[in-house]
Write a protein that binds this ligand. Structure first.
Ligand code: IPE
Ligand code: IPE
Ligand code: MG
Length: 243
């Protein structure tokens, strides 16, 4: 949540959110099927998670599948869903042991019941952890998130639990998928695209942005560290005058 307080620059970002883009192009440029790129992309997550403690990053949020990604060919969508299942099964125990707290954001009802169960299971198993807060966005779209939050707020008003005049930024935030999480300090997108594609529109109001040409399957801890260090040199003003 943005508190309106000015931070003392330079500082390290404690919450980094990443739009993991470029898996398809990585694969296509090698004459490989796109799913091969997604597999290699999933493998990158381990190194980035492990890099966080040394960089003093406490929150890492990853965009894995957007509400628009359903428009892709069924084979790719099915392959990605299979990859999410496999990832949770393969990496789940390790994340639990490492003290990582895992959360998922995005609309769940569109996902298969078995995947939803795996996600809920990992969230439950890691609920007591706080070494790193890892949030994975699956079937996430910022407009969809705000829409679902709005419906819940409207429902609370209808039920007489809330007055329309009491709807504040804090009330909205409490109804977003990211309720309780800090806003991202830095949003990073790989693979050279200069757009956000619906990622965290409410939460990124005062985030810094970084765009790198590297495709996600080639994204290393070194590139990550360089971007994080670059952030520390920026001056964030939050609407106030430079200090
Ligand atoms: C990002 O890589 C992963 C998902 C969106 C699931 P892409 O699959 O978008 O890769 P490009 O943009 O086609 O290269
Ligand atoms: C954004 O990437 C979503 C994820 C990285 C999961 P896309 O590749 O889907 O975005 P567009 O289509 O280039 O905007
Ligand atoms: Mg893409």
């Amino acid at each position: 949540m943005y508190t309106g307080e000015r931070s003392d620059a330079p500082e390290q970002p404690s919450h980094v959110a990443i739009i993991m883009d470029g898996n398809g192009r990585w694969a296509e440029s090698r004459g490989l099927p796109r799913l091969q790129g997604h597999k290699r992309g999933a493998d990158r997550v381990r190194e980035i998670v492990e890099a966080c403690p040394d960089l003093a990053i406490t929150h890492l949020t990853l965009f894995a599948f957007s509400t628009e990604n359903w428009k892709r060919p069924p084979t790719e969508v099915i392959g990605l869903m299979r990859l999410f299942r496999r990832y949770i099964k393969k990496e789940g125990a390790r994340l639990v042991a490492e003290g990582v707290r895992v959360r998922f954001i995005g609309g769940r009802e569109a996902l298969d019941a078995d995947l939803r169960a795996l996600m809920a299971g990992l969230e439950m198993q890691t609920a007591g952890n706080d070494q790193l807060h890892l949030t994975v966005a699956i079937n996430y779209g910022g407009r969809d998130e705000i829409l679902r939050a709005t419906r819940r707020v409207a429902e609370a008003v209808r039920a007489g639990k809330l007055l329309a005049t009491e709807i504040s930024p804090e009330v909205i935030e409490r109804h977003l998928d990211t309720a309780g999480l800090p806003d991202p300090d830095l949003i990073l997108r790989t693979s050279g695209e200069f757009r956000v594609s619906g990622f965290l529109p409410w939460q990124s109001a005062y985030s810094e942005f970084a765009f790198v040409d590297t495709r996600w399957p080639d994204f290393t801890a070194e590139i990550f560290a360089a971007q994080v260090r670059g952030f520390a040199r920026r001056e964030r003003r939050f609407g106030a005058v430079a200090g």
